[in-house]
Design a protein. Structure first.
Length: 147
């Protein structure tokens, strides 16, 4: 039996979506790339109170090069193995912001890593020592599925 949750506006995340997306799950980001097939990449992400999704990346990454050509992207987040099947997909326009990326990276590191581990602390220091950009996805379409 499938359950695709109806939404009154398919551009908005439901409270149930927000609860799911606030868990430390990996998202899979795909950028629009014309005739080239999408090549999703696992990413850390944060959903904001206003329903946007943020992530960070290095200024010279393939994501940035593709987004400069076409600002559309999608993020799919799925429940891990062992849980009931569930996913949320967010597609929309991405803006590239020069501020806030290091703060976002630090928050996400706390969410995804055990920062009592000295190796992870060094990993975070390496991320924070590099230039980073903040990507903001504004949903144009939200789809969800649960089983």
């Amino acid at each position: 039996m499938t359950n695709i949750e109806p939404a009154t506006d398919d551009r908005l995340l439901t409270d149930d979506d927000l609860g799911f997306l606030r868990r430390p799950l990996h998202g899979f980001l795909s950028t629009a790339s014309g005739p080239v097939p999408a090549q999703p990449r696992p990413v850390w992400f944060e959903v904001t109170a206003d329903g946007t999704v943020e992530l960070f990346t290095e200024p010279e990454s393939l994501k940035i090069r593709r987004l400069r050509r076409d600002a559309r992207a999608s993020l799919v987040v799925a429940a891990p193995v062992g849980e009931r099947e569930r996913w949320v997909s967010i597609a929309g326009t991405v803006t590239v912001e020069s501020d806030g990326a290091h703060e976002l990276a630090a928050r996400l590191a706390e969410r995804y890593w055990d920062l009592d581990d000295p190796d992870r602390v060094r990993d975070l220091e390496a991320i924070l020592s590099d230039d980073q950009l903040r990507l903001v996805i504004r949903p144009d379409e939200v789809r969800r599925y649960s089983f």
